[in-house]
Design a protein around this ligand. Structure first.
Ligand code: ATP
Length: 278
């Protein structure tokens, strides 16, 4: 769906990205990196808003700068909605519906926008604006959605609604490429990740490969003092961090009558830090 090979972009005389990665069809791929890593620059090159400096970029099999026709098959979503603020939701969706030859009524219903149709785009809360943006993106029935920090301005409830939509779209077969640094939620929806740090890819692959790279296991137990001694672990936050075979660890605690309240292996955040040497 997206293929970058030695893709570079020079801005202000400096090479800000130099990347190789691939986005598999029907995946939900998280594009993860700290501020300034080059996510927005990469997404602008993918969207054909910026021309690459060198290397290869293919989106739906074409170079996005030379083949604007691919935009009929993809949608790009940014943190904020870039459309005339005084236009009403209903006019906006109807206009787009006319362009793409689609009746917007089903989408309006699916996205629960009926009671917001007369609001102007400039009046919408961030969550609602993001919902309208996604609804409008779907009017073209895209095969690929590229989203740059789509949840950055959203509160936790709106973020969780956004990720529910991502799951639904993914079930329909849409490929999604989503940049973010809010990893705790992205972790629940992505199938693949591309980690980027200082313009370079530090890991690219399936999420389980990224998560398996962690050797630590984090445990919340009802008797941490005793568990630390038994397992030779250390406290990290409220959790005990241990290394070793998961089954052996659980058996040892069971044998001592220590109850495990919660257990987790690794988070996307920790995987990112490990791969990026942070
Ligand atoms: N027009 C420009 N001229 C010069 N340097 C730029 C320009 N645009 C971006 N940069 C630099 O390129 C680097 C990558 O920026 P980019 O916005 O792509 O990062 P990002 O990962 O999206 O970060 P953020 O999460 O803060 O948006 C940064 O160091 C930034 O300062």
């Amino acid at each position: 769906m997206i293929l970058a090979e030695g893709l570079t972009k020079v801005l202000g005389g400096r090479e800000v990205i130099n990347l190789s990665f691939r986005v598999e069809p029907r995946s939900v791929t998280g594009f993860i990196g700290p501020n300034g890593a080059g996510k927005t620059t990469t997404i602008k090159v993918i969207s054909g808003l910026l021309r690459k400096t060198s290397g290869k970029i293919e989106v739906l099999g074409e170079d996005p700068w030379d083949n604007p026709r691919i935009y009929e098959r993809m949608a790009v979503i940014f943190t904020s909605i870039y459309h005339p603020q005084e236009v009403r939701v209903v006019e906006y969706l109807k206009d787009l519906g006319r362009i793409y030859g689609k009746d917007p009524r089903d989408i309006i219903q699916e996205f629960g926008l009926e009671q917001h149709l007369n609001k102007r785009l400039g009046q919408l809360s961030s969550g609602l604006a993001q919902r309208v943006q996604l609804a409008s993106a779907l009017l073209k029935e895209p095969e690929l959605i590229v989203a740059d920090e789509p949840t950055a301005n959203l509160d936790p409830k709106a973020r969780s609604e956004f990720y529910d939509l991502v799951r639904r779209l993914s079930k329909r077969g849409v490929t999604l490429f989503i940049s973010s640094h809010i990893l705790s939620e992205l972790e629940k929806v992505v199938t693949h990740v591309v980690f980027i740090s200082q313009g370079k890819v530090t890991f690219s692959g399936r999420i389980n490969e990224a998560m398996n790279a962690g050797e630590e296991i984090y445990l919340l137990v009802d008797d941490p003092e005793r568990a630390i001694t038994i397992l030779n672990g250390e406290m990290e936050g409220g959790y005990i961090k241990v290394r070793g075979d998961l089954r052996e660890i659980v058996n040892k605690l069971d044998g001592e009558g220590i109850k495990i309240i919660s257990l987790r292996r690794y988070s996307l955040d920790e995987a990112f830090k490990k791969f990026s040497g942070i």
